[in-house]
Design a protein around this ligand. Structure first.
Ligand SMILES: [Zn+2]
Length: 423
């Protein structure tokens, strides 16, 4: 037994915000009671005074690179980085080598995660065979093997016709379709967002419409099919307007936003490839709109799009470098600094965006209550710390936030009653 003593419990599911002791028994939560009321004789005590005790954080968009790109990350190193970042569950995208487009690969990931993983791993299957955009993948078989959603992430579902077929099919399985929204004809050759900054740097840019055109297409397909559509790493105001419209009209459309998109903008981009991601850093007005969407409920989840690339790949000229940055280590720190400490959203709303928000998209439950799995994230809102990417558990080092100082961050992570991280 384990007693988390005197922490501030924040649970969006029950709207709890109180100083409570939380008793864990084996893999489950046994009891919650006002601080000082529980006296189990044989429990080990963790003093959570001054900390937030929240349901386990979920990162619904990550790249673990296994199988196939183990020089950049493995399920073992990626999930350790996730645990240290405060996450208890991660959804890994299917763009591995080979692509997770069949039940055998899904089972490999699930088995590997059981053997080597530090947190829960919920795989996402490819929507089309090889994510090539021609034929629908073996979605039902992958579902049997454990996928929680489908996506051709890295690229969009190639055509409206295929998107219709996939959303139709996934509706019968009640699976969300996660879209990497990008019109590839508008985005072709681009290294960053098109605008004054791209002109100044002389780098090829893509317009915001490269994303929002695809979101508009998919919202219409969601209406046509009645399927569940989730927009990944939404970065543009125009896309958010489409999601807001869809929600107002009762469509089953949700979206996520990454910490880097609510923190940085195109003006921050330098020739350093650590500022290169897809979708690219957007305009100041986009960031403002994303923060508004995070505050007013239009955005359902914060997801990191953790995208490790080994230095040999990433440390090259900007336009030759692959897209993507690390996400786990800095997610809570960035959410606190950019959203909570600035008064843009409440601490409860932040917890919701990492817990019940993504859980709802994935059809999972997430709450801190007796009988529930003991998946718990403990974090500080006040401890000052400086990020040193060299200390990351990730195998890669591609973060633009290296050297940044944060106020608050992850302190301990518990999965199924066991500490997988304790600082
Ligand atoms: Zn993507």
């Amino acid at each position: 037994m384990f007693l988390l003593k005197n922490g501030r419990v924040l649970d969006p599911a029950s709207k709890t915000d109180a100083l409570l002791d939380v008793l864990l028994d084996g893999e489950r939560v046994a009891d919650l009671a006002p601080a000082g009321k529980l006296f189990p004789s044989d429990a080990e005590v963790f003093d959570a005074t001054g900390l937030i005790v929240a349901p386990g954080f979920i990162d619904m968009h990550v790249h673990l690179r296994e199988p196939g790109q183990e020089n950049s990350e493995t399920i073992e190193t990626g999930t350790l980085a996730a645990a240290r970042g405060g996450f208890t569950a991660v959804c890994c995208m299917p763009n591995t080598k080979p692509v997770n487009d069949n039940a055998a690969i899904t089972r490999f990931i699930v088995d590997r995660a059981k053997a080597k993983g530090h947190v829960r791993v919920w795989p996402i299957g490819a929507a089309s065979v090889g994510s090539k955009g021609d034929a629908i993948a073996e979605i039902a078989a992958m579902r049997e093997a454990g996928i929680v959603a489908v996506s051709d992430d890295g690229k969009p579902i190639a055509t409206a016709k295929l998107a219709r077929q996939i959303m139709d099919y996934c509706r019968s399985l009640d699976l969300p379709v996660i879209e990497h929204a990008e019109d590839v004809s508008l985005a072709a050759g681009a290294a960053m967002r098109e605008g004054v900054a791209s002109t100044r740097l002389g780098l090829p840019g893509m317009p915001a419409a490269a994303e929002s055109v695809c979101v508009a297409r998919d919202v219409q397909i969601a209406e046509l099919t009645g399927g569940r559509l989730h927009i990944a790493h939404l970065s543009a105001k125009g896309s958010l307007d489409q999601v807001r419209f869809a929600k107002e009209h009762g469509l089953r459309v949700t979206c996520e936003v990454t910490p880097h998109h609510f923190t940085l903008i195109d003006e921050d981009v330098t020739y350093d490839s650590r500022f290169k991601m897809n979708p690219p850093l957007a305009a100041r007005e986009d960031r403002q709109a994303l923060i508004q969407g995070l505050a007013d409920g239009t955005v359902d989840a914060i997801a990191t799009d953790h995208a490790p690339h080994e230095p040999a790949l990433k440390d090259v000229e900007f336009d030759r470098a692959p897209f993507g940055i690390l996400g786990f280590d800095t997610a809570i720190g960035l959410a606190l600094d950019q959203l909570v400490h600035t008064g843009k959203i409440s601490l409860m709303r932040m917890v919701e965006l990492f817990t019940t928000g993504p859980a709802r998209v994935l059809g999972k439950s997430r709450k801190l209550a007796a009988g529930e799995p003991a998946d718990i994230t403990l974090f500080s809102t006040s401890r000052s710390w400086t990020y040193n990417v060299k200390e990351s558990a990730s195998k890669s080092r591609n973060s633009p936030f290296d050297g940044r100082t944060f106020t608050g961050g992850p302190v301990a992570t518990i999965v199924a009653g066991k500490f997988v991280h304790r600082s």
